[in-house]
Design a protein around this ligand. Structure first.
Ligand code: ARG
Length: 459
């Protein structure tokens, strides 16, 4: 029999039960549901809303139920719809009428709002830990590639020379922002909704702050309608996860490219690559491809919940039960991706000779060559044109800026001197970019130190 059956003359149709029940996916919040109920029961007892010994009995039994669920000894039923009513039913089955007092001054609406927040707070912390581990690995990779020259691209065309360390620190900065976004999200989520009741709180003399403190929340939600109506905290998390996955998808895409014979900048460890069932020569970067692919899945979850929430009138509507599957899937996906991505990156071998060779073709020192003329007094636009003509000449004659003779240089402009060769040397091009944020050794070491300080603050 349904807990709410009194008002009804007929039982629900089996089709109604099947669509209505959420136990198949919300059972994963059982520990949070029980923890919330223990705090609620303790408060009811302390406030004299129920007898203290009844509260104690409820709490002791809830703890037993938790142990039994952990030990795999409990089966939930669709008859009891969701995790909240399943736990309450088991409690009442075990301790009789006393169990029926637990739901005093509470609704499933504020209960579920509490459970999701408790669950997601825990998940955010775990994701943040994994993201920190990835950031550490990125910095470690950067440190190993301080003098590895590689081409950097715009439009996927070789643009200017940089180092692998500088390149890695770009991703480090993205991930640092991703981590702080998670921290901000956690801070905003850190408010306790229980006591909102169904929507307009309750007439019982509850103590919401006691419950909040016991459950580790720093504040309570300030409006009861808001407390049960919004899922912006879940949306914010999914936005943050989407952005993080977007970054990982770009990183993944680059790793896929770098593994190709066309680039061959890196070699993945065999443990993080896969073969083909037909082509014996293949070593495929599936992990990077899957992280790239799963990014779409995380975006999908965000869009699902945004669409569910769009235009819902206040306060609770059953549509909101549709929050869980997407948010769980997003969290599961990111938790699955981060550690394997980290391990793949950690074990990835750099092929510096190939990077250096790629940097040597494509005229990526053309900007430096123009800057050389500017430093000798020529306006940049004139210098740009002269170097453009030089590049055109090189392409036609199968030469590089490094292999042009002095006569060839001077045929374009007599401002060129023999010191041009030193000026356009790739190592020199990189190390003369001493601006903050640039690829010179000193600039990159400052970037590494900044991220290291960020990591140290989080040890
Ligand atoms: N299973 C429900 C959910 O996840 C719990 C809240 C039900 N509230 C209600 N008024 N029917 O949203």
């Amino acid at each position: 029999m349904k807990a709410w059956s009194g008002r009804f003359e007929k039982t629900t149709d089996a089709l109604t039960d099947a669509l209505n029940a959420s136990i198949s996916f919300d059972s994963r919040m059982y520990a949070e549901d029980i923890t919330g109920s223990i705090a609620h029961a303790g408060m009811l007892g302390a406030q004299g809303i129920i007898e203290q010994d009844e509260a104690n009995k409820i709490i002791a039994c809830l703890k037993e139920i938790l142990d039994d669920i952990n030990a795999g000894k409990v089966e939930f039923t669709e008859e009891n719809e969701d995790i909240h009513m399943n736990i309450e039913a088991i409690l009442t089955e075990r301790i009789g009428d006393t169990g029926k007092r637990l739901h005093t001054a509470r609704s499933r609406n504020d209960q579920v709002a509490l459970d999701i927040r408790l669950y997601l707070k825990k998940e955010i912390k775990a994701i943040r830990e994994s993201a920190i581990a990835l950031l550490e690995t990125i910095v470690k990779k950067a440190e190993g590639g301080k003098d590895v020259i590689m081409p950097a691209y715009t439009h996927l065309q070789r643009a200017q020379p940089t180092t692998f360390a500088h390149y890695m620190m770009a991703y480090a900065n993205m991930l640092r922002r991703d981590i702080t976004r998670l921290e901000d999200c956690l801070e905003r989520m850190d408010e306790m909704p229980l006591g909102s009741g169904a929507l307009t709180s309750t007439t019982y003399p509850i103590d919401r702050r006691r419950v909040a403190a016991e459950l580790g929340f720093s504040r309570i939600t300030e409006n009861s309608i808001d407390g049960v109506s919004d899922r912006d905290f879940a949306l914010e998390l999914m936005s943050d996860l989407s952005i993080m996955m977007m970054h990982l998808s770009r990183f993944s895409e680059e790793i896929v490219l770098w593994c190709s014979w066309e680039f061959k900048f890196v070699e993945l460890d065999d443990a993080f690559a896969t073969g083909s069932s037909i082509m014996p020569q293949k070593k495929n970067p599936d992990i990077a491809e899957l992280v790239r692919g799963k990014t779409g899945r995380v975006y999908g979850s965000l869009i699902t919940l945004l669409t569910v929430m769009k235009a819902l009138p206040l306060a609770y509507n059953k549509d909101m039960q549709e929050d869980k599957e997407p948010v769980f899937d997003a969290v599961d996906t990111v938790r699955a991706c981060l550690p394997v991505f980290t391990a793949m990156l950690d074990t990835m071998t750099l092929l510096p000779d190939n990077m250096r060779a790629a940097a040597g073709r494509g005229f990526i020192n053309a900007t430096d060559c123009a800057d050389y003329l500017v430093k000798k007094g020529m306006p940049f636009r004139d210098a740009y044109k002269i170097v453009g003509r030089l590049v055109n000449y090189c392409i036609k004659n199968n030469k590089t800026l490094e292999t042009l003779t002095m006569e060839e240089y001077n045929a374009m402009s007599d401002t060129f001197d023999s010191d041009v060769y030193e000026y356009i040397n790739l190592e020199n091009c990189v190390n003369s970019r001493i601006a903050e944020g640039g690829p010179s050794l000193k600039s990159v070491e400052a970037q590494i130190a900044s991220i290291r300080a960020f990591l140290n603050d989080r040890m």
